[in-house]
Design a protein around this ligand. Structure first.
Ligand SMILES: Cc1cc2nc3c(=O)[nH]c(=O)nc-3n(C[C@H](O)[C@H](O)[C@H](O)COP(=O)(O)O)c2cc1C
Ligand code: SF4
Ligand code: SF4
Length: 245
């Protein structure tokens, strides 16, 4: 079984590639959380794939895994996707979900409220390198190896234990979201939000209080009218499909 969580599609793609190589089945954590159904783990190995958010696993991932009942003896692994580095993400996660193996896969950056998107060249290079690494991960998973291959980057403790709590407390807000002229009321932003945090009110999106800043709504709007404050104007929008051709 492979459980995945995604905002903008990187982690779903990694989970799908792993599933194709291992023959394991994928489950969407956000769908499980929203339906309230946690599937029973009746298999020899269980994996989780998710994006790094400010050098930790996103809150819903931790919440879900803390409820998952895994029988003793099942091989447990995690793969995080990150734009640059993962800090102590996996150490933090392994406190609620003990791990036999862990990897980080570098994928294109998506956090446009603070940073710019990667150039097409950089993003393509990351996806190409990821393809090779995923094949290697799949082989290790099938062999149930005890690999720990996580790119922590500089000052990992500072990032995960000091910066993350500040980010959660002071940066994650929904009141910065708004739309430019041109919203077509298509509802894509509603469907894409993994937290069920967007609703259409009088044909326009309204953001609730359970946002995790994954940026799925902002990048996925087909007419690119969703903005966050003034920091996402002219930054472009991320589409993984662009780099999969
Ligand atoms: C809120 C947020 C925080 C992020 N924090 C980090 C980070 O701490 N380190 C990093 O390397 N990338 C960071 N990123 C980039 C993502 O981890 C990366 O782009 C990931 O592959 C996105 O996965 P997804 O498409 O499955 O949501 C962050 C992205 C978001 C949206
Ligand atoms: S995805 Fe964009 S166009 Fe569609 S409803 Fe949301 S903001 Fe409007
Ligand atoms: S509302 Fe927040 S959690 Fe939902 S898609 Fe947008 S950024 Fe992600």
């Amino acid at each position: 079984m492979i459980f995945y969580f995604t905002g903008t599609g990187n982690s779903r793609w990694v989970a799908g590639k792993l599933a194709a190589a291992t023959g394991d089945e994928v489950y969407d954590i956000s769908r499980c959380l929203r339906s309230g159904e946690v599937p029973p783990v009746i298999c020899a190995r269980v994996g989780v794939v998710f994006p790094v958010h400010s050098w930790k696993a996103p809150r819903p991932v931790v919440h879900f895994l803390s409820r998952l009942q895994v029988p003793a003896g099942v091989y447990r692994y995690a793969v995080c996707t990150c734009g640059d580095d993962a800090g102590k993400t996996m150490q933090c996660l392994s406190r609620v979900f003990p791990l036999d193996a862990a990897w980080s896969v570098i994928m294109p950056n998506t956090y446009v409220p603070m940073f710019s998107l990667d150039t097409d060249l950089v993003a393509s290079g990351k996806v190409q390198a990821a393809r090779k690494l995923i094949a290697e991960i799949a082989r290790s998973v099938q062999a149930e190896s005890g690999v720990w291959k996580v790119h922590e980057g500089h000052f990992p403790r500072l990032k995960s234990y000091v910066v993350n709590p500040l980010f959660m407390r002071f940066v994650i807000r929904t009141r910065g979201f708004h739309t430019d002229e041109g919203c077509t009321s298509c509802g894509t932003c509603v469907q894409l939000c993994p937290m069920g945090n967007v609703k259409l009110v009088d044909g326009r999106p309204a953001w609730g209080a359970s946002c995790i800043h994954c940026m799925a709504c902002l990048h996925g709007c087909p007419v690119e009218v969703i903005q966050y404050g003034t920091s996402t104007q002219n930054k472009g929008r991320y589409r993984l499909a662009r780099y999969l051709r």
